[in-house]
Every structure is written in C-alpha cells, then in structure tokens.
Unconditional design. Sequence first.
Length: 495
Amino acid sequence: MTPSEAIWRRWPRALLLVEAGRVTLASDSALRLFGRSLEGERAADLFDDEGLDTWLQLCAGSSAPIPRRARRRGTEDVQRLDGWRVGPGPAVLLELRPQAQASERIAELDRRIATLSATHRKLRRQATELETQNARLRDFVTMLGHELRNPLVGIATAFDLLEGEGDETKARALEVGTRQLGHVRRLIDDLLDLRRVEQGELSIRKAPCDVGAVVRRAVEPMATTFAERGIELTVQLPEAPLVIEGDETRLLQALTHLIRNALQHCGPGGHVTVEAATRGDEVRLSVADDGEGFAPELGERLFEPFHQAPQALDRSRGGIGAGLTLARRLVELHGGALEAESPGPGQGATFRVRLPWRRPSQAPAATSPDELPPLSILVVDDQVDAVELLRMMLERDGHTVREAYDGNGALSAVADALPDVVLLDIGLPDLDGFEVARRLRARHGDQLLVVALSGYGSAEDKARGREAGFDHHLVKPVRGKELRAELARLWAARA
C-alpha cells in the first residue's frame, strides 16, 4: 500500500472513488458505513436514487464539488454526497457525510430527550415525596385521633359519674362540659371519617330507615341553640314515612352537618327550613337559609376538604372545614348527590340532597336494648385514670370490675378468674390488644366476650380485630349510654 493510498484509507469521512460508474477504491470509513467491501459495485446501486447516474456524469465534468442528498439503500439514513472530477480521466471522487439538516434534527431530538428525561426524573422525585408526605399525613391524622381520644375517655366517664348530682353548679358544669366534649369528639370523628372516605376505607351498612326520623333526630339536639340565637327553624315532612335503604347513622351525620352549616351562617332573625319529599324515584332533602350565601360560581369549592369561608379572628363559627366535604362523600356512598346553590352573597343558600328511593320489603324495626344483668368485667388499659373512672361507672351499674394495665396482666387476670366481659385496649405497652385477644380465644374459646375499646378505629384496625377474635370494636371516647347499650346487645345475642 502506497503512502497516498494509506492516507486515503484512513480518511475520517467515507470516500469512494468511482470510475465508469463503479467503485474502484473505498476508505475504511466507507467500508464501516456500508458494512462490506464495495469495490466493483455500481455506485448508483448503493443509494435509493434513480437520478444518481446523471449526477455522477455532471460531477465527472466539474472540478468543484457538486452537493447532493441520497438515502443509502435499505436504510432511512440520508447522506450528503459531494462529487467532483479527479485526475485526467472520468474518475469521480465521492465524499459522504451525514445530511446537515438531519444532524441538526437529531441533535434537537437528543436535547429534547435529555430535557424530558430530566423532567421525568424530577416528577418521579416529586411524586415519591408527595406519596411520602401523604403517608405521613395519613399516619399523623390517625395518631392525632388516637392521642386526642385517650384524655377524652376520662372526661367522658367523669361526666357520666356526675349525672344525678343535685348541686346546681355541678349540673351546669356537666351541661357545658358535655356540650364541649361532644364538639371535640365531632371534630375528631369528622377528621378521621374524612380520611377514611378519601382512602376508600369507610363503608356503609344499608338497612330500611325512615328519612323523616333521621331529620327529626338531626334537628332535635340543635333546636335549643336555634332558639337561643333567635333563628327560626322550620321542618316540613310528609305524613307518610319516607323509607329508603340507607345507613341511618351516616345519613344522620351528613344531615347534621348541613343543618349545623345553616345555623353557623345565619344570623339573629334569620330562617332555616329543612324539608323532605319524594320526586319520581328519588327522596329529596333540602336545607335552606336566608343567611350569608355565596357567589354562585363558588358552589363546588364549598365541598373541597378544609375549605372555609373567611372568619374573624374570634372564629365564632368554629369548625375545620371538613363537614360539607364529609356530608357529600357520605351521600355519594348512598348513590346520591349533594349540591349547593345561592343567588349571591347575603341572599342565603340551599343545600339539596338526592337519594335513590327504593321501597324496602319491611319497615325499620325499633330497637331497645335489653337490660344488662350484673356482670364480671375486666378492664384492660394503660391509661390509669381512664381505667379508674370506667371501673367506678361500671361498679355503680352493679358490675364486678377488675383492672389490668398491660397484656400479660390481662392474661394473668383471666387465668385467675374467668370474667364475663373483657374491655380491651389495643395500644398496650407489652403485648398489643390483638395478640391478647388471640391468646384469650386460644385458651378460653367463646366462654367470654372480648370487646375492643381503643383509639385505633380504622377499617383495617377493625378487620384485624375480627381476625384476632374481638366480638366488637368500640372507638374511644365512648359515653356510658353507648357502652351500656352495646354490652346489653352483645350479651343478649350470646343468650
């Protein structure tokens, strides 16, 4: 190989020497580009271009490069060809390089891909951070409810013990304390229920229920407050029962939020009307007031979680902005809809509920728990104050009560003397309540009632409780009447 031929072979770009239309010499770059030896092949056969032969003839007569674009045969690779005459004969030298426009397009695509990849990585990081924050918030809300419920247990039981006292001051303290306790409990329940609804953990238990009875139950506790604030409350119900398939407790919860919302946004001298009627295959409920109202375009925003209308610094209306959101979710769980409308600020508002109306096969049965006989009860909780007050209340009802403050202590107490009922907390310092329930069932079977009495009240917690062997799951704080009713129901079911 001569020195000139060596330089030719090592030329950085693809070079072809074409004589009489055929390749006689090719650089190493050209061989790599085409993947084979090219010598002897027709140059025109290397490209998908019918006019290449004519172009080669033009190049053979020109000492200056003539540019052209051509696509390599069998590929989408567009090349720029520069051809010109070399030597005294008709030989043509071809230099191949990527088409400049194609190179620019490829470079632009590379830049876009790099930008998209960086954006994708950023979004993935943000999504991961949001998932982490959501998990932390979910856990925080759960623990907040649990931690707030524990002190409320002692407060609730203390109020139960004060019932029946004759002193006027104590009676007034009991009234105020009970009202404030109910307010705190509603806030906690709303917050946790909203979290459960958003996570798909809250379910409803449908049974025949009278919508009129639900309305009366929702209105009755607030009638005094309406009167004290000088707001006229009107209830319009049909004479015949409006029986639907629904969860009475959850419908009551939703309607209570709507009535309380009207009360909060209506001033002295105002009017609130609660109405129920049927239309077609629907039961329609409405809560209308002539209070503050809102701009019509803001109707949907009212149902966003934690949305609140502006308040003064005293926050006289209170609330955490979860009530309307929860009310809509509960109505939707019944297959219904909740909407809000207002002509404008200062012109009042109306909240309308639509529920499917399917006549059930039977009317709702009245429930009145049987009297609870004296029982032997073991209370297990690491909150000493709560245990003491609960023991005092149960003993006042005629029960025999023993105490334990951890899981092993509970197992020992049951081994010493088998109780009728175990009221068992879940968050215990050694063995948790789930494990204690499993061991009690393994050792004693169905000889005793095991009832969870805990701040852990999610759907998952209750499912774990059923698997562990709990007969029932009560969520703190539980008032005395509720506890007595549940124990009477469970005891009657065993009989």
